[in-house]
Write a protein that binds this ligand. Structure first.
Ligand SMILES: [Zn+2]
Length: 777
């Protein structure tokens, strides 16, 4: 924690003056955002890089006794990762006491008497975590926190006093500081050109781009880890508010309730909490004259990848404000407003009471909706402090009673597993997720099965058992339709998150209580990622294609190669077009991307020439030449469609052109049956494929030099492992992984994502085996 007078640039005299002025806060001594940023936040066409914002927060904390500045660590690109603590001066003086009170309310096993319980409920504060700007092109989120922080530091109205007295606000002004700078740089560089308002030609998070908000259970990225370790698990907030933006032509502002489905392990009190809070915010903002606010639309509450707090006794309030073109205003006439999932932007309804009339939409509007939303949320947290705390405690009590006795007794994880990286990663996720994992100190029997000493045991009578259960069980996604008998209603993200399948380990759910001598909870293991033949170099020369139409799958692949210490170089459009690839590479990997995106890339009418045009016809020829001369081309998922076209392979995608009624698998885990082959070394005969907008093939010419290395089971009932599928029989027995010989070389076609979001460790060997450059046998 940082003393608020350190590193502020203020003289010691000014710091002392700040102390002497304690008492009623004098707004004139507290810097406005404008005084540091150089403009009023929300001014058209004005964005700043992250260091300017950090400077503002440091100055604000130096001047206000209500605000503390913390640097929690460094981002991926080495910038400060920042949070502010904002509360009354009185609370600030007792901050650690308030935190300790909250930790007891979070874990009722630590409360020893009814009197203590009453005292904790009477003296606790509502802990609110507000996070912004995880998605860097949602630029209102860069600026709105300056307004929220300044307002709380300076305002003395009864409402603000109530917020300061009854809540502790943890404010993360950006969950992705690197992206603030990437987008502000790009925007300022392209102002006044055809590219003004466009997205940058790179991922705005160095590795994972927009998927940084899909990392809240895998915890792969440093920004996720800092937020979990230093804020969520350190404070256990009752309320988490995440500030986002959506498209231009729908509602102006989304707030919960979410759409169905709700992940079934989420406590009903959390569901009631986000329903109440979102509806309250909509009510208050409508009273302020804001229009176009929708509840219960577009966004569901299924995946823990976006909602850590739903499995940690906290309520998540997502807000999504309509976008402009980065900081450039737009005109959105009423006729161009479009219906969304659960409402029509032109029609008043019970969850969309007052449509927006259309017109000019600016960054100032965005910042106004976002900051007003955050302040309304804080008011609810303050005025309903006692209910927030009582229900928070109740959620913990229910959890330690095994969800009121409805849950299995424990989850058992054998220590002796083939996939060691998978096992240590699962254990690391559990421990970082605040789950108590113990080890058996002697053999024991559970549900009639004998387990040796050393077995891992996760009891489901603990505060965050919900997190363990949700991630270690199979998902049975409900069959939701747009109307009875109609097409499926797609999930907002994906439908499966079963870690044992993704990471290739066995676990057992035990229903009946059992006796076992158990250790204290284990410390978080630090997985070691090595793969024989490729880690540490010495293998083939690997090129990884990186499009300017930035692909998150490329970023994830790059991340995995670095984590597993596999040398590679990035290959750009100009490198591919130049040709002579075989002199430089043995293997070229093209991550998941559309064939059109690979060939044509970004539009030359919008983007500067250096970023436009994709690999083009020359690039396609160069890749053909590379393979014919003995190179290995590896393609993931949709990039495999590009490979089939480019090499004119005699295979047919059996799901091409089917509508969602005929076949549907929107992010689903399928059983994958493997054939003995160089590509399947270190793999069990049966594994898992992450299927998402994927092809599934039939080889149409049996004399062609194509080997089916992996396929879906012949029995349709065995295809689905976790999540949701309609008509699995269409892909039963079809190919999922092919090796095609072309000239001296080969193409390895994955019909799925073997490295999905760095989670599918089970199938990493299939990818790594392809990097040895050795053709199959
Ligand atoms: Zn977003």
């Amino acid at each position: 924690m940082m003393n608020r007078f350190r590193n502020t640039g203020l003289s010691p005299w000014m710091a002392l003056a700040g102390t002497l002025l304690a008492g009623p806060v004098l707004a004139q001594n507290i810097p406005t955002p404008e005084s540091v940023l150089g403009f009023v936040p929300g001014t058209d066409r004005k964005l700043v890089e992250w260091p300017v914002l950090v400077d503002y927060y440091r100055q604000l904390a130096a001047a206000s006794p209500r605000v503390r500045f913390h640097e929690l660590g460094k981002t991926t690109n080495g910038a400060p990762f920042v949070s502010l603590t904002i509360t009354s001066e009185e609370n600030m003086a007792h901050l650690e006491e308030i935190r300790q009170t909250n930790l007891r309310l979070a874990d009722p096993r630590r409360i020893t008497s009814a009197a203590e319980r009453d005292r904790l409920l009477a003296t606790g504060k509502t802990i609110v975590l507000i996070t912004s700007s995880i998605h860097s092109t949602e630029v209102g989120g860069h600026l709105s926190p300056t307004i929220v922080a300044w307002r709380l530091a300076t305002d003395n109205s009864p409402d603000t006093r109530a917020i300061l007295d009854n809540t502790v606000l943890l404010l993360v002004p950006s969950l992705n500081p690197d992206g603030v700078t990437i987008v502000a740089d790009w925007y300022n560089r392209t102002l006044g050109t055809p590219a003004e308002g466009s997205g940058p030609p790179e991922l705005y998070h160095h590795y994972v781009g927009h998927d940084n908000n899909r990392d809240w259970y895998a915890f792969t990225q440093v920004e996720t880890q800092l937020t979990i370790d230093s804020l969520h698990n350190f404070w256990h907030p009752q309320i988490v508010h995440d500030i986002h933006q959506q498209g231009q032509s729908g509602s102006r502002f989304f707030l919960p309730p979410f759409l169905d489905p709700v992940e079934p392990n989420i406590d009903p009190l959390i569901v009631e909490g986000f329903n109440t809070l979102g509806t309250y915010m909509a009510w208050e903002l409508t009273g302020q004259g804001k229009k176009g606010i929708v509840n219960m639309a577009t966004y569901d509450a299924w995946t823990p990848a976006r909602a850590y707090q739903h499995h940690h006794a906290g309520v998540r309030v997502l807000s999504e404000t309509a976008s402009a073109r980065l900081a450039t205003p737009i005109d959105m006439p009423f006729e161009r407003l479009r219906p969304g999932r659960g409402f029509d932007a032109k029609v008043s309804s019970v969850n969309f009471a007052e449509p927006w009339p259309g017109g000019h939409w600016t960054l100032a509007d965005i910042v106004d909706y976002q900051s007003s939303g955050a302040l309304a949320l804080l008011k609810h947290a303050a005025f309903n402090r006692s209910v927030w705390l009582a229900n928070f405690l109740r959620i913990g009590e229910r959890a330690i009673a095994g969800f009121d006795g409805k849950w299995p007794y424990a989850i058992v994880i054998p220590a002796d597993q083939e996939n060691e990286a998978g096992l240590s990663t699962v254990l690391s996720i559990m421990v970082r997720g605040d789950v108590e994992v113990q080890r058996a100190e002697a053999g024991f029997t559970a549900d009639g099965v004998e387990y040796p000493a050393g077995t891992y045991v996760i009891g489901l009578h603990q505060p965050y058992g919900s997190f363990a259960k949700a991630l270690l069980e199979r998902q049975d996604y409900p069959d939701l339709r747009q109307y009875p008998g109609g097409p499926p209603r797609p999930p907002y993200d994906v439908t499966a998150h079963t870690l044992p399948l993704l990471m290739g380990i066995d676990v057992a759910f035990v229903d009946q209580p059992f006796d076992a001598r158990l250790s204290a909870p284990i410390a978080r293991p630090d997985p070691v990622y090595r793969y024989p033949g490729v880690s540490g170099g010495g293998g083939a020369r690997v090129g990884l294609y990186q499009s300017y139409q930035a692909s998150m799958d490329e970023g994830w692949t790059r991340w995995i190669l670095e984590q597993w210490d596999i040398p590679f170089s990035s290959v750009h459009d100009a490198d591919v077009r130049t040709g002579g690839l075989r002199n430089r590479y043995d293997v070229i990997v093209i991550p998941d991307q559309s064939a059109n995106g690979i060939r044509h890339g970004l539009s030359a009418s919008t983007y500067p020439e250096e970023y436009a045009g994709g690999i083009g016809d020359e690039g396609v020829s160069a890749l053909r030449d590379f393979v014919e001369r003995g190179g290995t081309l590896v393609t993931f998922n949709n990039a495999s469609r590009f490979a089939v076209e480019t090499f004119d392979l005699p295979v047919k995608n059996v799901v091409e052109g089917l509508d969602a009624q005929e076949f549907f698998a929107p992010g689903t885990l399928f059983e994958l049956d493997l054939t003995p082959h160089a590509l399947t070394e270190h793999m069990p005969p049966t594994s898992t494929a992450w299927f998402q907008r994927s092809p599934a093939w039939e080889v149409t010419d049996s004399s062609a030099p194509i080997t089916v290395v992996g396929h879906y089971p012949d029995d349709p009932d065995r295809v689905l492992q976790s999540g949701w599928v309609l008509h699995p029989e269409r892909i039963a027995g079809k190919a999922a992984l092919l090796e095609a010989r072309v000239g001296e070389g080969r193409v390895v076609l994955f019909g799925f994502r073997p490295q999905y979001r760095a989670q599918s460790i089970a199938t990493f060997p299939l990818f790594f085996n392809a990097l040895t450059g050795r053709p199959g046998t």
